[in-house]
Design a protein around this ligand. Sequence first.
Ligand SMILES: Nc1ncnc2c1ncn2[C@@H]1O[C@H](COP(=O)(O)OP(=O)(O)O)[C@@H](O)[C@H]1O
Ligand SMILES: [Mg+2]
Ligand SMILES: [Zn+2]
Length: 550
Amino acid sequence: MYQVLYRKWRPKAFADVVGQPQVTVTLKNELMAGRIAHAYLFTGSRGTGKTTCAKILAKAVNCLHPVDGDPCGECEICRGVDSGSVMDIVEIDAASNNGVDNIRSLREEANFTPAAAKYRVYIIDEVHMLSTGAFNALLKTLEEPPAHVIFILATTEVHKLPATILSRCQRFDFHRIAPEEIASRLTYVTEQEGAHIELQAALLIARLADGALRDALSLLDQCLGRSKDITVEVVNETAGLVGRDHLFELTDAMRESDSSRALELIDQLHNSSKDMARLCEELSSHFRNLMLIKTMKDARGMVVVSDAEYERLTKQALAIPLPAILHGLDTLQTALEKMYRGGNRRIEFEMAMLRLCSPELDSTQEALIRRIEALERGSVRVTPPRAKPVEQKAQATSTGTEPGPEEESETVPLPSEAEVPPERPTRNPAAALPKKEVDMLQEKAERLAEWPEILRVLRDYSRSIASAFNGSTAYVSGGYVLIDAPNEIAFRLLREPAQRDHMRRAIQQVTGRVYNLGPYKPVKTEQAGEDPLKRLAGLAQQEGIEVIQK
Ligand SMILES: Nc1ncnc2c1ncn2[C@@H]1O[C@H](COP(=O)(O)OP(=O)(O)O)[C@@H](O)[C@H]1O
Ligand SMILES: [Mg+2]
Ligand SMILES: [Zn+2]
């Protein structure tokens, strides 16, 4: 009979349990020293080894010839437990035996000495499921435990246990297992099964499993059903990580405010039997990925997708402002909740997408707050050189202009030739100007140490642009890389979208993060009296681009 991998490969000794030394080493030492508690509590997320360790512990306390605190696996007790002939180790699933009567009969039974073993061990799994009455009955036993009884309580939700129970147990916390450790266990198991797995494939499974070795082994099992040579592609296909074009398309529809395209897509997916709640979940994890890429220095480890998809995600993240991503995530989550509360799935999803595609329809408080915040931040879109800058600002403010989808990647105030100061004054903007008047971004700017490396990478994309940046330095501030180049050609080149794209990619390749670009303009001391708003608005007028100013 076929036995699922995670059962077949349940560790039989503490030494085989991976990633939980705080539990296994401690328990082994205590067992070797003969220190045995009457009640243990194993807590932690699922699939991390709680039940496994409970079984090993139950055997270890009874084993006739323990080896360094581990059960020998060979004595009559060890073999008797495995075969089921030794009945002194009792596993109880509290989820289905949660009543006070269950615990009462357990208490009566516990009074009798064990039949074969030294200790009668009760493993109570999912102990948080016990009723209040059952907890009280259990507490009585824990208060005066018979000498030959040991309780091992296991739970994923320790916060649901009464403090009175907690205080009577020796507690062990199980952690999510690190991807590298999961991957190495997967490799071991695969080899024992006479198959092969690529390291990258093992790591991908590990990341998908999110710290749970049981889930990792289940996925490995499915992969082995597909192929004896597990590659990243095999994992991708098995885990359904491919064929997610529709998520990118739906997101693009939102970005382009194309509601009819979104509704068409939903219709197609619905006709091909796609479950709408599932779709909504997938889209919301897609948005989460965009959020991670947008905000983290290196999100690669947390975004579980293929390399090609990661690149695609990065591009999409670049094109959508963070508030829009967060709002999208929020709207989708709300739709999901409504679906699970019984709302019509298709209609809920359509309404959510419609809201995201047409911000003017969105009357939720979040959407309004988002608009107000946009105004307060003062990110103001200024249209090309027509009206006077100050009027433009007022106008944009009163119409409540919100950042458009493409805006974030384009909010790059690049200097015109006239803007670049003829000589190179001090590099420290804070020293050059009174603090309150220093442009917010420049104030927080920190030198970007990886800049030379970035320029080396840039050379592979485009030699000409790389040489234009000879002798330049760069600073990081918030989501911006601010460039200080002695050569004005550099900025002229950067005004071309294709070149800008090269630069962004090079930066991303080295820093692992997507940045917007801007000039680092060391400001001369004489300009100190000038109104920075005027200066920027003037700049915007020349350039026809937006002003971001606090
Ligand atoms: N730390 C671990 N080391 C080795 N295998 C593990 C570990 N955690 C889980 N497993 C594997 O997953 C299966 C289920 O683990 P289990 O101990 O039942 O998890 P839990 O009780 O914490 O939900 C085990 O049979 C084993 O194959
Ligand atoms: Mg368990
Ligand atoms: Zn033994």
